[in-house]
Design a protein around this ligand. Structure first.
Ligand code: GDP
Length: 298
């Protein structure tokens, strides 16, 4: 399973001596390379360091299994630990909590993170795969184009959007979405909150006000998976002020090796529910820790 896991690590790992148990020196040599791999994958320095220390303690002294080389064994230990951190206490990453209908789901994040696209992708998934009756509402009063964008996507995927009423503030729209969802017999309604270029007090106050009205069952933060440590900072800020229940990492189809996922899990402890893999409406997948672990190791 892990033979082809990490071609970039194999050179160094093959040089490890074959002995009865993994020596501290062997493990250290291997983990130096692992640390570099993590940093190259955009895992934050502190997270990479802690991760390597934890693996060092686990691996040193382990009996080497006959069927593998010591190098392969270290890679397996690293891989398993990566998967454990990435998965965390998140047995069903692709499921959202939908208690009594109509269940509010609040989407939050910075402008350009892929929030509106992800809102529509999620709506499509809930509607097609889970047979839910879904309503979407854009609360982005600062950008009329964003409201229209959600309406266009709604038509494209066959999901209803709340009619646009010019001049309403986000809280008024959230209230209207709530009553429309109840009256229309919707199972779930998605609130696409406004983003900003950076986290600021105005944004947080606005999202807080919407949260207090909507009382969302899930608050999903959408972050650009290519932004590494920035993504983690954004998550900490949103979680500290608003409280998030899960994360969607977008642009995981890009060139990045997805280290943000590891930092995100290690720093915030919040589950990664989905990853965005492109611009198309089907390009959303539940988070697979094994796949991301393999990619981080390169
Ligand atoms: P918002 O400002 O956060 O609502 O961002 P948008 O949803 O408008 O997305 C910004 C751009 O990113 C659009 O061109 C999307 O098609 C694109 N986008 C969103 N998610 C993904 C993804 O997972 N992968 C790729 N490659 N592009 C994405």
């Amino acid at each position: 399973m892990f033979e082809n896991l990490s071609s970039r690590l194999s050179g160094v790992l093959d040089k490890l001596t074959k002995q009865g148990a993994l020596s501290e020196a062997d493990v250290s040599t291997a983990l130096r390379e692992v640390r570099v791999a993590l940093l190259e994958a955009d895992v934050s320095l502190a997270v990479a360091r802690n991760f390597v220390t934890a693996v060092q303690q686990k691996a040193t002294g382990q009996a080497v299994t006959k069927s593998v080389t010591p190098g392969q064994q270290v890679v397996k230990i690293v891989h398993d630990e990566l998967v454990a951190v990435l998965a965390g206490d998140n047995p069903e990453p692709g499921r959202l909590r939908i208690d009594s209908p109509p269940a509010p789901i609040m989407m939050v994040g910075l402008q350009g993170s892929g929030k509106t696209t992800t809102t529509a992708k999620l709506a499509k998934r809930l509607s097609e795969r889970e047979g839910k009756k879904v309503l979407m509402a854009s609360l982005d009063t600062s950008r009329p184009a964003a409201m229209e964008q959600l309406a266009v996507l709604g038509r494209q995927i066959g999901v209803d959007t709340l009619p646009i009423v010019v001049g309403q503030d986000p809280v008024a729209i959230a209230k209207r979405a709530k009553s429309q969802a109840a009256l229309g017999g919707y199972d779930v309604y998605l609130l696409d909150t406004a983003g900003r270029l950076h986290v600021n007090d105005e944004l947080m106050a606005e999202v807080e006000a919407v949260r207090d009205i909507a009382k969302p069952h899930e608050t999903i933060l959408v972050v650009d998976g290519l932004t590494g440590q920035d993504a983690v900072n954004v998550a900490e800020q949103f979680d500290g002020r608003i409280g998030i229940s899960g994360v969607v990492l977008t642009r995981m189809d890009g060139d990045g090796r997805g280290g943000a996922a590891l930092s995100m899990r290690a720093v915030t402890g919040k589950p990664i529910k989905f990853v965005g893999l492109g611009e198309k409406m089907d390009a959303l997948e539940e988070f697979h820790p094994e796949r991301v672990a393999g990619r981080i190791l390169g």
